[in-house]
Design a protein around this ligand. Structure first.
Ligand code: FAD
Length: 381
């Protein structure tokens, strides 16, 4: 692997005006919410916000206009995403559809699929979820057992997906299923768009440690899916899914999930913080800035049409480690003075983040799996 920072982040002229435009949109549309509701905001659902964002042209930004997109540069999209996340905007409903489903359909979908779904996604009205993980097939995704059998009417799907974020809010799942009879591992896998309102689909919430119901189990009992919902060639699922993972791993959502706590901490520290607090703020800001540069470089490589698989793994591993370290470091400083007047919002945000942040390094591939990818990229394994 070459040195990490290879791609300068050079958005087209007008990027500064775009940043102002999205900031203006946020001033007008961002719902009032305590800091605790602004953490991990890319999983937070808000239909009115998604629709307003779509109406303003901030979803499907890089897609062709004929599919409801706006033909903007990918780095302009990056700018919009980081402004949304830094503000703690509730972008969870459309996030996966905008980040992954749209890209997948543009690359591998049929013309009919693009016409049917992309315009609705770009309006912020159609939401999608990722159906990769299953019991026994998380890190080892090639162990997927959900099966589709071809019939005269289409495909009969049986099996179960697990940890499916926002399935309960989504109409479509991009599911990786086994279509090759007797196939094993990476062979014989195919992707389908599955309408979660079909008979035979059951979505059951999983309650997490903090009492949230962000993810689900999804069961398929003889679900009939027409062949027109197959995405890409039969048996090409593994190649397609691995291409998706670079999109999933390198964005600003991989280091900004705890950002609302950082802002709250800085605000409460006031204009002249004590030495310990000032040191911590300085260290966290420097790490944040470095991660931002790395994520931007990876975005630029993606925008240049290359697959930054190793860089994306590094961004996700370091970024999620930072997101987890941030609340722990703030807790250490706060513990000594937890009775500070006016610290209610800071403490409640910290408390929630300490409970939910362990999951940040699991979703999208665990640290151990990412480090294996990085080691292979460095030629170490
Ligand atoms: C908040 C959250 C949201 C999620 N959303 C989605 C979603 O929307 N869609 C979806 O499909 N999935 C989703 N996931 C699932 C996620 O991708 C998996 O949890 C993850 O891939 C790990 O799989 P697993 O849970 O089966 O753990 P396992 O694979 O069983 O791993 C258990 C432990 O063993 C380690 N391990 C496993 N294999 C190896 C190895 N070869 N070498 C070294 N260590 C290893 C892992 O690193 C981990 O620490 C979500 C998970 C979370 C926490």
């Amino acid at each position: 692997m070459q040195s990490f920072v290879q791609y300068p982040f050079t958005p087209p002229p007008g990027a500064a005006a775009l940043r102002e435009r999205i900031r203006g949109f946020l001033r007008d549309h961002l719902p009032e919410a305590p800091a605790a509701q602004r953490i991990n905001c890319w999983a937070a659902p808000d239909r009115a916000f998604s629709e307003a964002l779509g109406e303003a042209g901030f979803i499907g930004m890089i897609w062709p206009k004929r599919y409801g997109g706006h033909e903007r540069h990918p780095l302009e999209r990056y700018i919009v995403l980081e402004e949304l996340l830094a503000a703690g905007a509730p972008v969870g409903l459309h996030w996966i559809a905008d980040r992954q489903t749209g890209a997948l359909l543009l690359r591998y979908g049929t013309e009919a699929q693009r016409q049917a779904y992309l315009p609705e996604i770009a309006k912020g009205r159609l939401y999608c979820c990722i159906g990769m993980s299953e019991p026994g097939a998380g890190s080892d995704l090639a162990a997927v057992r959900t099966r589709a059998i071809r019939t005269d009417e289409g495909w009969r799907i049986n099996g179960q997906k697990l940890w499916t974020t926002n399935a309960h809010h989504s109409r479509l799942m991009i599911a990786l299923v086994r279509t090759g009879a007797g196939s094993e591992r990476q062979e014989g896998l195919t992707q389908f768009l599955i309408d979660l309102t079909l008979p035979g689909v059951a979505v059951r919430p999983i309650v997490d440690l903090a009492g949230g119901t962000e993810f689900n189990e999804v069961f398929f009992d003889n679900v009939l899916v027409p062949d027109t919902m197959r995405v890409g060639d039969e048996g090409a699922g593994w190649t397609q899914v691995t291409a998706e993972l670079s999109l999933e791993r390198s964005g600003p959502e991989r280091y900004l999930s705890s950002f609302a706590l950082f802002l709250e901490f800085v605000q409460q520290a006031g204009p002249v913080p004590d030495e310990v607090t000032a040191n911590l703020i300085g260290r966290l800001a420097a790490e944040l800035w470095t991660l931002r540069r790395m994520s931007m470089s990876t975005a630029a490589k993606l925008a240049a049409g290359q697959d930054p698989m190793h860089e994306a793994a590094i961004v996700k591993d370091l970024g999620t480690r930072f997101e987890q370290e941030l609340p722990r470091a703030i807790q250490e400083v706060l513990d000594a003075r937890i009775d500070l007047a006016g610290d209610g919002e800071l403490v409640s945000t910290l408390s929630l983040l300490l409970q939910v942040s362990p999951s940040f390094s699991l979703r999208g591939g665990t640290a151990e799996i990412l480090r294996g990818i990085i080691a292979r990229g460095l030629g170490l394994r």
